[in-house]
Write a protein that binds this ligand. Sequence first.
Ligand code: TYM
Length: 378
Amino acid sequence: MADFSVTPWEASGVIDYDKLIAQFGTKKISPLLKERISRAAGELHPMLARDYFFSHRDMDLIVDSHEKKEGFFLYTGRGPSGQMHIGHLVPLAFTKWLQDKFKCNLYIQITDDEKFLVKQGMQWEDTQKYSHENILDIIAVGFDPKRTFIFKDSEYVRNIYPLMLAIAKKTTLSTAKAVFGFTDSTNIGLSFYPSYQIVPTFFEKKRCLIPSAIDQDPYWRIQRDIAQSLGYFKTAAMHSKFLPPLSGMEGKMSSSVAQGAIWLTDDAKEVKSKINKYAFSGGKSSIEEHRKLGGNPEIDVSYQWMKIFFEPDNKKLQALHDEYKSGKLLSGEMKAALTERINSFLQAHREKREEARETIKEFTHEGALATQMWEKHF
Ligand code: TYM
């Protein structure tokens, strides 16, 4: 038995990402592939350079499509089960980079249906409130309104239901049980839901690229089994690791453990107090010992967050690493540096979120981007 587990809904234990590649049947992002992406994009995003995005399916074919000028489109999503935390922003920030570099269309799915079905005690009204709140946070990431369409499942379903049925008809219950671990006590809504998460990969007759954390990959496995028989491409995907929770390098930052997460709605005081109280430290128990023996950046959550998201400058990151390891930089100083970064990031985010109230319609309007490819099948 593995001592960790990753499903689309939960992650626990210290995750061995190489083992996950073998388990899920994906591929490691190789130095050669990074070089190709860098050439195509004109630069390499730090999350790629630092192997935070570490695994893929068919990313080489996406680069081929780009080189042949056939283009591709992007698809990602969010399940509105509550306010968003910083972990949710990480794949979105990377998606924005891809859209900026490759100028492609992007579809963002808001799965109000999924979260209603999966969460015990979740009221429909709550999923609707959080859908709206989450869409504002997503827009604040800075996507191009001319190339982005954000849709909520319960609203958009009328446009895609026939295509969803075509996918459902090709997917047996035993496949869904094997891929998602559904049992006889899983509600029947949830066994149908995966067909909806697959639909957007068919929104254009081009290759689709999905950036997300690796937990969403099981859906793409089913998509890749049936896509060609429905006349579409197998989807490509790029998978990230998880932003760890404040409490340490186990599991993922998750909505269900409030103390482990920094919410996008946390104010400067809350951020400071959470980091000081909860951020797991790789430092020694006394200043004297720390100065003498140094800290361990590999398990220090504040350093890891800097590496993943908050310190894009390689030289500055290296300095944090080396000074921490040598004992020159104390845990409290690492925490203070991170707190400062998060708070300036969140302040800018909040301002952009307010502006999003004015522009939301540009992203959610069923306009030019909403394709109706399914009509071809019926
Ligand atoms: P959800 O709302 O659980 O997560 C939204 C996105 O955030 C990623 N994620 C994380 N990334 C880094 N660190 C973390 N701690 C962390 N926690 C979550 C998820 O991988 C996801 O990319 N069913 C989906 C919604 C969805 C979707 C999609 C996601 C529909 N279509 C296509 C990705 C791509 C969900 O509930 O995501």
